[in-house]
Design a protein around this ligand. Structure first.
Ligand code: NOJ
Length: 512
């Protein structure tokens, strides 16, 4: 059973979901205590942000042991308990896998710094001599995704000349050398370690990274970016797939940011990843033409290799939809409308924790910000990472009995889970109903008809309307400033109030 093809994944940013021990940071027991909520919400699977031991320079995306659990989140027993309980609730568990880089505190990197130039310990990373007479210039002009050079010079040492090491993200995240077979063997061991414990799959971080064209000193960021999406990376994904194929019903999902639909499709060829998360929908403005183009592009791309699509509106790196699409009630209304578009599309869907509550980004004072990116002068991602509000009347809104690691704005109280649960007009109720219809309505449960997975209908300017081929469920969206006539049919679910027979601006509807 290819359960992932239309599964709803719920992304839990572990530090921000629920804290069980009062240290102000979310943890595995906290997630376990919320499984009833997740079942009620109606998600099929979880995607947990990295749970591995980490100095937390990048909140877990800097890993010191890929086969362990950071004490901040719990321990291996807590993972086993969470998996068992989630399965009992009918929810699968997938985990983030950081294979492009390690922490600079990883034993491998420490050993590399302490080992002679040219030694096997250093060959697990990318070390290069600097340019210039005394090697004080980086080996090439590549930039890090977080800003600044992608090279950092190692500290002075006794075992050889000072070299530079490559990090596509922060200097605390040295990139692994994927031409080194030891690195491959270690990933295989890591995959089996977690698969044997019962995880249902992996979200592979920076899945288009890993392999680089290091001899290409051209400016990174050009059309053919030598840092990313190199052909060799597909060998790594074939290895990952071959290992997963020994375990029934497990899934590999790539976080893939590439320059074209054709390149994207290569990651989900039949012997590579099961799914790749497309970011084009999230990158689209609230504009019917842009949204439609993103949908068409993704469907054509994955369809060319027989893979399922997967749709994401936001994650822990992006501004939340309720802020991104506009301020205040307009942003809220548009985020609700886009949720109905996302959840009507054929394929898998990812919901980022808190989006089901319509949380806006939190405005945080500079001294409260924690994001590694912020310290590198880029825009902070902390605004979308603020802890989940559960109860309006409890301290820290029920997230922790201690001091939350990021301050929770007062306006989150009215958006907390308890405040929305019984309110039929709330965003939470909208998500619950949409997920219920995905499970039960023939518009979703009927096997797909042959041919393209989606049919478009004619729609007024600024609007779009589509249905999954062969079903009667139509989704219509109005991004224009004027109300437009509703398509024929009975409204099953609406993102906002309907205006007689008109679909108001900033609104989407499911009709049958
Ligand atoms: C992508 C992750 O989504 C992001 O949060 C992280 O900072 C980088 N990869 C580096 O691991």
């Amino acid at each position: 059973m290819q359960w992932w093809r239309d599964a709803v994944f719920y992304q839990i940013y572990v530090p921000s979901f629920t804290d069980s021990d009062g240290d102000g940071i979310g943890d595995l027991q906290g997630i376990r205590s919320r499984l009833g909520y997740l079942e009620l919400l109606g998600v099929d699977a979880l995607w947990l942000s990295p749970i591995y031991p980490s100095p937390m320079v990048d909140n877990g995306y800097d890993v010191t042991d890929h086969r362990g659990v950071d004490p901040a989140w719990g321990d291996l027993d807590a993972v086993d308990d969470l998996i068992a309980d989630a399965h009992a609730h009918g929810i699968r568990v997938t985990v983030d896998l950081v294979s492009n880089h390690t922490s600079d505190q990883h034993p491998w990197f420490r050993a590399a710094l302490a080992s002679p130039t040219g030694s096997p310990e250093r060959a697990r990373y990318h070390f290069r001599p600097g340019q210039g007479a005394d090697g004080t210039e980086p080996p090439n002009g590549w930039c890090s995704v977080f800003g600044g050079s992608a090279w950092t010079r190692e500290p002075a040492r006794d075992t050889g000349a000072r070299e530079w090491y490559l990090h596509l993200f922060s200097p605390a995240q040295p990139d692994l050398n994927w031409t080194n077979l030891e690195v491959w063997a270690d990933l295989d061991k890591t995959l089996r370690f977690w698969l044997d414990r019962g995880v249902d799959g992996f979200r592979i971080d920076a899945a288009h990274g890993m392999c680089k064209k290091l001899d290409d000193a051209g400016p990174a960021g050009a059309a053919d970016d030598p840092r990313f999406d190199q052909d060799d990376v597909h060998d790594v994904h074939r290895m990952i797939r071959a290992t997963l194929d020994h375990y029934p019903e497990r899934v590999a999902i790539g976080a893939v940011g590439v320059r074209s639909a054709a390149r994207f499709a290569r990651y989900v060829r039949p012997d590579e990843l099961h799914l790749a998360v497309d970011t084009q929908l999230a990158a689209s403005r609230f504009d019917a033409d842009e949204v439609r183009a993103a949908i068409e592009d993704c469907l054509a791309s994955v369809g060319s290799v027989g893979a399922a699509a997967s749709w994401l509106l936001s994650d822990h790196d992006l501004s939340r939809p309720a802020s991104r699409y506009g301020a205040g009630p307009v942003g809220q209304a548009r985020a609700r409308a886009m949720a109905l578009v996302q959840l009507a599309l054929p394929g898998a869907a990812y919901i980022y924790n808190g989006d089901e509550l319509g949380l806006p980004d939190a405005a945080l004072p500079g001294d409260a910000r924690r994001d590694a990116v912020w310290h590198h002068g880029e825009e902070s991602r902390d605004g979308c990472r603020v802890p989940q509000p559960w109860e309006p009347d409890l301290p820290a809104y029920g997230f922790t009995t201690g001091e939350p690691w990021l301050p929770i704005p007062v306006e989150y109280a009215a958006l907390s889970v308890a405040a929305q649960l019984e309110d039929t007009g709330s965003t939470l109720s909208l998500y619950r109903r949409a997920l219920e219809l995905r499970r039960l309505h023939p518009g979703f449960t009927q096997p797909p008809a042959p041919g393209p997975p989606l049919e478009w209908f004619g729609a007024p300017p600024g609007c779009l309307a589509f249905r999954r081929t062969g079903t009667t469920l139509v989704c219509a969206l109005n991004t224009s400033p004027e109300p437009v006539p509703l398509p024929p049919g009975d409204a099953l679910l609406v993102s906002g109030p309907l205006d007689e027979l008109m679909l108001p601006p900033d609104t989407a509807v499911w009709l049958t």
